[in-house]
Design a protein around this ligand. Structure first.
Ligand code: ZN
Length: 256
């Protein structure tokens, strides 16, 4: 596809679970946000670059957002930095990433100087990529340094809730979002044991109740969610709360 719709989000992959990916059940992968003429790559995990370049065949990336260092989010980070900066020959674009990604050399040190701007994430802080405001969340609870994002476009306030266990203060970071993209690997707790480091559907319902978004996209599924029919779960939530809930599929394009 060379012709892009006006504003959209492309979900390259919809799992973060290596087991689901290794069994080729779903693809890993980040998302591509194309809004107000600005092009963002968020969490370029395994195969994000391959899918991007095969689909869009261009180097029009203005910014790269990395939530945390895990491979399903960061694997293709360096190649996107090279794409955005013409292999380091043109100083351009913005990279926003946690300090841990620099300390642990997830971003290759040689590529650190390639982007025009490199912002090391502070929580609850607003950064600008051209005219687009990106605000980071409170630090998430995921074992490694991790933050979510809010992307404020002319029409929408898009919240991206990446990998984290649920905690009440988390919701404050996403107030006023009309669209939420949520990483929800789990359906329900088995034997009432809370899953460490990740969200489930009961946590998603707390977001719906307190934020009242117009639309939620569920993604980043593991086997627990996939075995319980994510489309049906989304449909039931839609009916229960009278909002639009979508279970993402690999290569889904959400028009905004
Ligand atoms: Zn993770």
């Amino acid at each position: 596809m060379n012709e892009k719709p006006q504003d959209f989000i492309h979900f390259f992959g919809t799992t973060g679970s290596k087991f689901t990916y290794f069994k080729k059940i779903r693809d890993v992968g980040g998302i591509y946000i194309n809004v107000d003429g600005i092009h963002l790559i968020v969490d370029p995990g395994i195969n994000t670059f391959y899918k991007y370049i095969n689909t869009y065949k261009d180097d029009e990336v203005d910014g790269i957002l990395l939530s945390h260092i895990h491979m399903d989010h960061s694997n293709d980070l360096n190649v996107f930095v090279e794409l955005m900066t013409n292999g380091g020959q043109t100083k351009r674009g913005t990279l926003i990433l946690p300090k841990q990604a620099i300390e642990e050399k997830i971003l290759h040190p040689y590529a650190e100087k390639f982007p025009d701007q490199v912002y090391v994430i502070e929580p609850n802080t607003t950064y600008k990529i051209k005219d687009l405001e990106i605000t980071t969340s409170i630090r998430l609870k995921h074992g490694v340094e991790n933050y979510g994002f809010k992307v404020k476009t002319k029409k929408h306030n898009i919240g991206i809730v990446t990998d984290t266990e649920f905690f009440e203060e988390l919701i404050d970071s996403y107030k006023n979002c009309n669209i939420l993209i949520m990483n929800v690997p789990y359906y329900i707790k088995e034997n009432d044991r809370p899953y460490a480091k990740h969200l489930d559907i009961p946590a998603t319902e707390k977001f719906i109740q307190q934020i009242k978004p117009e639309e939620i996209v569920l993604t980043h599924f593991n086997g627990n969610m996939l075995n319980n029919n994510p489309e049906l779960i989304a449909e039931n939530l839609s009916k229960k709360y009278n909002i639009k809930v979508i279970a993402a599929k690999d290569d889904m394009i959400l028009e905004l």
